[in-house]
Design a binder for this molecule. Structure first.
Ligand code: ADP
Length: 557
């Protein structure tokens, strides 16, 4: 908040400051009064002085600097010393010479004034600091309220984690160590302090870490990397040390740091002091504790390549476990787990087959949505059709509304139908091609040949070429496919160098594209009847799978 002049004034005159100001003003007034009053003698002329002299009224003569003070019974007077014959006065009356102490008073006054001003400023500063401390204290309290470092008790065990068998096996040793650290200490066995789980979101990195804590029966400290750097300056590092302190107190225990890349991003050109301070603290803490202390730090990230190397150095996160999207077998296990308590009549394998690319979290949502759908339809048992009905919704996050006009639907039927027939003819696998969506099968861990890649590009081009043939026109619905075709072609030429002479240049790109367009055009001309049948099928059924497409082709050829 910006301080306004009014703020300042109101702060200046708050109760405490007001007291100080009043006291000091009083003091100053007193001093001024004193100096004003300290010399009250009346100044007289030499004539008056001579009268006093001659009338013998004077009791005492006091010499004070340049003045002569004359004390009489009727009052005290003073006169400039050069105005009178001082010798005459001195010989007639008792004389007292006053030391000139005037400057001492002035000095004293100055000192008191300076002192007072200094004191005033100091008090104001102290007040300000107190206010700042109060504000900071409140902030820290707030941060504590939002995210206290506290241990969780994990009820999750390996039974709740479906699939990822390899990951579980890798973590068995850690669990054993957490259960019986002494056994390892006795044999002087060193275990990793940190384990890094690397994999895309929603594949169970958090779940498996909780399961490790659950299996070992140790406390689980959860902290997300982002939370370290989003809080106030200087707090990230403080929280790291607090986290480790508590974890050590409760050892054996697990510290889980989700999205560790938020803290551990390599210190590139964009410096961030807060993150760096936090990272340094994390490194210090990890170096600082003994392998045998019983604390295991599990970090989770999707982007190991952006992590600061320091984090990956020996003695820190030196064990890495990769978790990828579930494959067919794992998808079946996960679906089985999610369906375990739902009355169902589902062919799990077929659902698993139609969910290539789904992570566990999406499978969880899908199963739930399918059950909701079945219930809404008034059934007590979940069926495969329920999964099909909600799949698009889960994929898109919302139900896809078909808002095409009849004419647009026809264009799409030709466009998508061409992709289906060309893909089937060229053996490019797809799960389903619909009026709106295309899901070519994702090849998992596969070495792809040049001809396979070229065939895939041809499928992307097929729709656009078909509308050109059919309507003598091209449409912008081809955008995504054309982009994918270009990207893949680019990879074939520039990344994989797939040409007979290994020469790469834009000329090659053009040549290959021309070749492919001409081949697909010829092919579509040849498959004309099949295309119109498939388009018809699409208009009726909304989508087609490869089996149905193959059947249509077989009837013709
Ligand atoms: P990540 O930490 O990798 O982003 P989470 O552990 O948060 O993923 O998992 C996301 C969701 O998916 C959670 O609801 C979790 O229970 C579920 N889940 C993830 N992996 C599995 C699995 N292997 N078995 C069962 N459920 C899983």
């Amino acid at each position: 908040m910006k301080a306004t002049a009014q703020d300042f004034r109101s702060k200046l005159f708050d109760k405490k400051n007001l007291k100080i100001i009043l006291t000091l003003s009083g003091l100053v007034v007193l001093l001024l009064a004193y100096t004003a009053l300290r010399d009250t003698d009346t100044l007289i002329t030499h004539k008056q002085a001579n009268i006093l002299y001659s009338k013998d009224k004077i009791k005492k003569v006091i010499v004070d600097g340049d003045y002569i003070h004359l004390k009489t019974d009727g009052g005290n007077y003073k006169i400039y010393k050069n105005a009178i014959n001082t010798a005459a006065f001195f010989s007639k009356y008792p004389v007292e010479v006053k030391e000139d102490k005037g400057y001492i008073f002035d000095l004293l006054l100055l000192l008191i004034l300076l002192g007072s001003i200094g004191y005033l400023f100091r008090m104001m500063k102290v007040n300000r600091l107190q206010q700042l401390r109060q504000i900071r204290g409140a902030r820290e309290e707030n941060a504590e309220i939002y995210e206290p470092v506290q241990a969780l008790k994990s009820n999750v065990t390996f039974k709740d984690v479906a699939g990822i068998k390899d990951v579980k096996e890798e973590l068995e040793e850690i669990i054993d160590f957490l259960r019986e650290p002494q056994k390892y200490r006795d044999m002087d066995i060193r275990l990793p302090k940190g384990v890094l789980l690397v994999g895309p979101p929603g594949v169970g990195k958090t779940l498996i870490s909780k399961a490790v804590a659950g299996e070992a029966g140790v406390p689980f400290f959860y902290q997300s990397g982002a939370s370290f750097v989003h809080i106030y300056v200087g707090m990230g590092a403080k929280r790291v040390s607090e986290l480790f302190k508590k974890a050590k107190q409760m050892a054996p225990s697990i510290i889980f740091i989700d999205e560790i890349d938020a803290v551990g991003k390599s210190r590139g050109e964009f410096r961030n002091d807060e993150r760096e301070a936090t990272l340094n603290q994390l490194l210090t803490e990890m170096d600082g504790f003994e392998e045998s202390s019983g604390v295991i730090v599990i970090g989770a990230t999707n982007k190991i390549d952006v992590l600061d190397e320091a984090l990956l150095r020996a003695g820190r996160f030196d064990r890495r476990i990769h978790i990828s999207l579930p494959d067919l077998e794992d998808r079946m296990k996960i679906l089985e787990l999610y369906l375990a308590h739902k009355p169902n009549n589902v062919d799990i394998e077929s659902v698993a087959r139609m969910t290539v690319g789904f992570n566990s979290a999406a499978l969880d949502t899908l199963t739930n949505e399918a059950a909701i759908y079945a219930m809404r339809e008034g059934r007590k048992v979940v069926e495969n059709s329920d999964f099909e009905a909600v799949k698009e919704k889960v994929l898109l996050g919302k139900r896809k509304i078909l808002s095409f006009t009849e004419e647009e639907r026809k264009i799409q039927a030709v466009y998508q139908g061409a992709k289906a027939v060309v893909a089937t003819w060229l053996d490019v696998e797809f799960e389903k091609i619909g009026i709106v969506t295309t899901r070519l099968s994702v090849q998992e861990h596969e070495i792809l040949s040049r001809s396979k890649l070229i065939n895939r590009i041809k499928v992307y081009l097929a729709g656009s070429i078909a509308t050109k043939l059919h309507y003598n026109e091209q449409f912008n619905n081809a955008g995504t496919d054309i982009r994918q075709a270009k990207e893949l072609l680019n990879k074939v030429i520039y990344d994989y160098w797939m040409s007979e002479d290994f020469i790469v240049n834009p000329h090659k790109e053009e040549e290959l594209m021309r070749e492919m367009v001409s081949e697909v055009t010829d092919l579509l001309k040849k498959l004309g009847k099949a295309l119109s049948d498939v388009s018809e099928y699409l208009l009726q059924h909304e989508n087609i799978d490869q089996e149905a497409c193959r059947k249509i082709l077989l009837e013709i050829f």
